[in-house]
Design a protein around this ligand. Structure first.
Ligand code: UT7
Length: 331
């Protein structure tokens, strides 16, 4: 008889134990931005909601930001770093192909757990959270650390009128662990590679060697805007449905901080009640891609606009095109 293979013992449910962020020090306001592109503070604020954005300053980069956010998230969770069984880093702006940033960070944080990077652009944190939840419930890891981090200032052409004012830097991190009640709802996620060109890079990194020109992000803003305010709004409704909740059950809405007008379009269709707190951190932080959802979550909790134990809907969407969202109990 074939010997049965043992099954890992997982937790009944998973939840967010903590969240933290790192906001880089350099403030780039719209006036400074308009020294590089033909635009105005009024246009940028009206079209996006961005008043200023954060870029890395002296001594800061994609790794130092990730490490700082991760250290605070671990400290807040109360989990010994050595017990973290998985470190997942979501980013599109770590330019070292191999090894992964996650493996290096895991070592610096004091864990030898599984470690890997994922590329899911602005949906990256929500992708990572879905994986962390599954790892904890299946027993593949008792605790998992998810980091969303971007240094998009290095990946943006400051002279490109279509993207320069939008993208920014920052990091957010969260620890996921076992729970007796459910704190992370089913993920709604997917992709549309047919729209791969909607947000892409101008060339491949290896071409930079011969041409001397590094690649930058490029975006067909209008088509992404249309997809986000249409298809993604429907996906956001599904996030609530699969969690078995109604709009009135929500306390907080944390959409990826892509553009306040996309958030407005979502709100018009979702018909969320007045009491729901809506993240608008794009005003000070810009669009931080994989870092935007955890940065916004931490900012709302730190300012007291949101509280631990409240129910929040997260949705991330971006280059791929890809998207992911889930309902969570705030840590
Ligand atoms: O995070 C990943 C997901 N990304 C997104 O979700 C981004 C989605 N897209 C957007 O947020 C918007 O498309 C942008 C903010 C990027 C652009 O706003 P828009 O309202 O879609 O601008 P547009 O490209 O439709 O251009 C409208 C007008 C044009 O002028 P005319 O033809 O109407 O006279 C542009 O030439 O605005 C002009 N324009 C600008 N004016 C001042 C375009 N860019 C600028 C600029 N400053 N930077």
């Amino acid at each position: 008889m074939t010997a049965p293979i043992a099954v890992a013992a997982g937790a009944p449910f998973a939840k967010l134990l903590s969240v933290a962020s790192f906001v880089p020090s350099r403030v780039v306001d719209n006036a400074e931005m308009c020294t590089w592109i033909d635009s105005s503070d009024e246009w940028i604020q009206q079209r996006t909601g961005i008043a200023e954005r954060r870029w890395v300053g002296e001594g800061e980069d994609v790794e130092t930001m990730a490490l700082a956010a991760a250290r605070t998230a671990i400290e807040r969770s109360g989990v010994p770093a050595a017990e973290i069984g998985a470190v997942i880093v979501a980013t599109v702006s770590y330019f070292h192909q191999t090894p992964s940033m996650a493996a290096k960070l895991a070592h610096q944080l004091g864990t030898n757990g599984a470690a890997y990077d994922i590329s899911a652009a602005c949906a990256g944190f929500c992708y990572g959270l879905a994986q962390a939840e599954a790892l904890v419930r299946t027993g593949a890891a008792r605790y998992a650390l998810v980091i969303g981090v971007e240094e998009l200032s290095r990946f943006t052409d400051i002279h490109d009128r279509g993207t320069a004012f939008l993208f920014a830097d920052g990091a957010g991190a969260a620890v996921v662990g076992p729970s007796e009640t459910n704190g992370i709802g089913p993920v709604v996620w997917g992709s549309d590679g047919g729209q791969a060109e909607a947000i892409t890079q101008t060339s491949e990194w290896n071409e930079a060697v011969s041409t001397g020109e590094r690649p930058y992000l490029t975006m067909d803003g209008r088509s992404v805007f249309k997809w986000a305010s249409g298809f993604i709004t429907e996906a956001t409704k599904n996030v609530l449905d699969v969690a078995g909740l109604a709009p009135a059950d929500l306390d907080v809405f944390i959409p990826h901080q892509a553009n306040n007008r996309i958030t407005d379009a979502m709100l018009r269709h979702l018909k969320l009640p007045e009491h729901v707190v809506v993240a608008r951190t794009i005003k000070q932080f810009g669009n931080n891609s994989a870092a935007s959802v955890p940065m916004a979550m931490d900012a709302l909790l730190s300012s007291g606009e949101a509280r631990s134990g409240q129910t929040a809907l997260l949705i991330g969407f971006g280059a791929g095109l890809v998207y992911a969202g889930q309902v969570v109990t705030l840590p």
